[in-house]
Design a binder for this molecule. Structure first.
Ligand code: M6R
Length: 611
């Protein structure tokens, strides 16, 4: 969380930095700020969005060829002008922005207070900045050296950018745990939390590694480790198009990303799922087929929507590969003492590839000898880099905070993996394997069908928008889809929603049912269908308002439901790829009907790089 941008070169820095911050606003939007050096060190910051900062800066002198900017997701200290970044050191000489958490900041702050320092904000960042400035003064050393000394004391995660009043050319950056990309231009450099602010200026980038410090000037990039040894920057070519990070005529990124799914799922399958030859080509799997086929156990490790993808994959892998699967919340896994042994395969699922809890959980499992397979969307991200092998989801940049196209990309990758491993292992017949390949191949067109007319879903959203609570129920492969539907509604519309296995509802949640409660059943035609129909009857008998996601042509469920959202029929293993789409749209339209900012829901951030 938090987005950071930096620029040094011949252009005016302010417009470059502000434009970059707008691209990174999905990472947090509690406040925004920019620091520039132009003779003096000037800091401009404001509570709220980047647009509020811009408005506040109208008429001010914003000249300068070096600048750093920050968009904040608050951790230490409420969202306010004074807690906004950049922070300025007490001496006024340094300005710094930070993404991450300094865990031992309270102790360092105490030491600085006893030396007479005072603080203007409640942030851990201001503490670290004054600590660096204090080391610089006491040791009469450079900012770079002071930073290196300070970082050896720091516990926690950080990506920081630091500029100094006396140096109108240099940005000093450091990273541990929070991402940093440096774009290499001609006589200029761009720094950012991800590549989206950089893409329009250059395609050549360097991903900075943990424990590295970058000294960045217009025509020079020096990378060093914390031991002051030079590192060779590894230049990567970006494979990202500018059009993909713009709204392209849609009102919101979320709606654009929902509608991109026929194309993103197709991109994910393309070249891998070869129906004509009956082959699934996935290098990451093929190169490690023995480890995967002979795995004693698979552990899916993820958070949020990615965790729901893991739950669906649990059903699919156990069915097709007969390998025991456990699905772990990364945040729990990392802190307990999990039993992980050689022979275990960890599948890490993450859109951003930067989720702090997932990253640390993987590091822990790796230390214990597990094989790590990453299912990641963002190319070159930290999780992609620490995995032994992996498969990208190829969903393209996902900007809306609510994950949609990345989720279906994860499902497509996981389903192909299960098919490939199951077939290699001999746990599915050739006939079933080929049938499921064909079913997967048909998904992009079926998603297109669902998206062709969304007016019924919009109508349903408007009808139920004032509900205070909602239940989402499903069975089998559709149970995690119900969980995901509830999460989407919560995050976008702020309506309290619970997801449950439909049969489990009798053990408690049914007490919530009355004539006001919308109960959304994910009830496509599958082997659980008769059972879920009984559950629908149980809710109806208690006057709950039944809304169903059902298979086209189902005339039974229509007689029991107030409203129905249809999806094309498909094999039950593949069903989540279709049944999730109406629920994405439902939450989108409810959020819009309530007048909320669906791309930037309150309190959330896209990339959760703090624990
Ligand atoms: O980037 P990741 O997939 O690791 O992120 C995990 C969760 O933070 C994420 O899925 C979150 O739950 C989304 N806001 C859901 O829409």
């Amino acid at each position: 969380m938090c987005g950071i941008v930096g620029y040094t070169g011949p252009r005016q820095a302010y417009p470059v930095v502000v434009k970059g911050l707008k691209r990174l606003e999905y990472r947090g939007y509690d406040s925004a700020g920019v620091a520039l050096v132009n003779g003096d060190l000037k800091v401009f910051k404001k509570k709220g969005k980047v647009a509020d900062l811009e408005e506040n800066n109208v008429g001010k002198d914003l000249n300068g060829h070096i600048g750093i900017g920050h968009t904040r997701w608050a951790t230490h200290g409420e969202p306010s002008d004074r807690n906004a970044h950049p922070h300025q050191s007490q001496s006024g000489e340094l300005a710094m922005i930070h993404n991450g958490i300094i865990e031992n900041y309270a102790q360092i702050k105490q030491e600085l207070l006893s030396k007479g320092y005072t603080f203007k904000s409640d942030t851990d960042t201001e503490v670290l900045l004054n600590f660096i400035d204090d080391i610089k003064k006491n040791n009469n050393c450079s900012v770079e050296e002071a930073l290196r000394i300070a970082l050896k004391r720091v516990v926690g995660a950080y990506c920081i950018l630091l500029i100094s009043k006396d140096d109108p050319e240099t940005i000093i950056a450091a990273r541990k745990g929070s991402p940093l990309v440096i774009g290499i231009g001609k006589g200029e450099h761009f720094l950012a939390s991800d590549a989206s602010p950089i893409i329009e200026y250059t395609k050549e980038v360097v991903y900075v590694n943990d424990y590295e410090i970058a000294i960045v000037r217009p025509d020079e990039l020096i990378l060093k480790n914390l031991g002051n040894e030079k590192q060779t920057p590894y230049i990567t070519k970006l494979d990202m198009e500018l059009a993909k990070i713009e709204k392209g005529g849609y009102e919101h990124f979320m709606l654009k990303e929902i509608h991109e799914q026929p194309e993103t799922i197709h991109d994910c399958l393309r070249g891998r799922l070869q129906v004509e030859t009956g082959e699934i080509k996935m290098g990451g799997i093929q190169n490690h087929i023995d480890a995967l086929v002979n795995a004693d156990r698979i552990l899916m490790v993820a958070c949020g929507t990615s965790w729901h993808a893991g739950l669906i994959a649990e059903y699919v892998f156990e069915e097709l590969c007969r390998i025991p699967v456990e699905v772990e919340y990364a945040s729990e896994f990392r802190y307990r003492n999990p039993v992980v042994k050689k022979g275990d395969v960890i599948i890490a699922i993450s859109q951003s590839g930067e989720t702090a809890d997932t990253l640390v959980a993987l590091e822990k499992a790796k230390e214990q000898g597990a094989f790590i397979f990453g299912v990641v969307n963002v190319v070159g991200s930290s999780i992609a880099r620490i995995s032994h092998a992996g498969a990208y989801t190829h969903a393209g940049p996902e900007i809306g905070v609510a994950s949609t196209k990345a989720f279906t990309g994860q499902l497509a990758v996981l389903m192909m993996m299960a098919l490939k491993i199951g077939y290699a292992k001999g746990t599915i017949s050739k006939e079933r394997y080929l049938h499921l390949m064909n079913e997967l191949d048909a998904v992009p067109d079926k998603v297109k069908q669902i998206l062709a007319d969304t007016s019924n879903i919009e109508r349903i959203a408007n009808k139920y928008k004032d509900a205070t609570d909602a239940l989402f129920l499903g069975r089998g492969y559709n149970f995690p889809v119900a969980l995901e539907g509830a999460l989407k509604l919560k995050e976008i519309s702020y309506i309290h929603a619970e997801g449950y296995p439909a049969a489990e509802m009798k053990h408690g949640p049914i007490a919530l049912v009355d004539e006001n409660l919308p109960v959304v059943f994910v009830a496509t035609k599958d082997s659980y269908y008769e059972k879920i129909i009984s559950n629908v009857q149980e809710i109806k008998a208690r006057k709950g308002r039944v809304v169903a996601v059902a298979s086209e042509g189902d005339n039974v469920i229509t007689t029991m439901s107030e409203d129905v959202m249809f999806v094309p029929e498909c094999d039950e293993v593949i069903a989540p790829l279709l049944s999730t789409i109406p629920l994405q749209l439902l939450s989108y339209y409810v959020g819009v009907a309530k007048g909320y900012n669906v791309d930037m829901p309150r309190n959330l951030a896209k990339s959760v790089t703090v624990e």
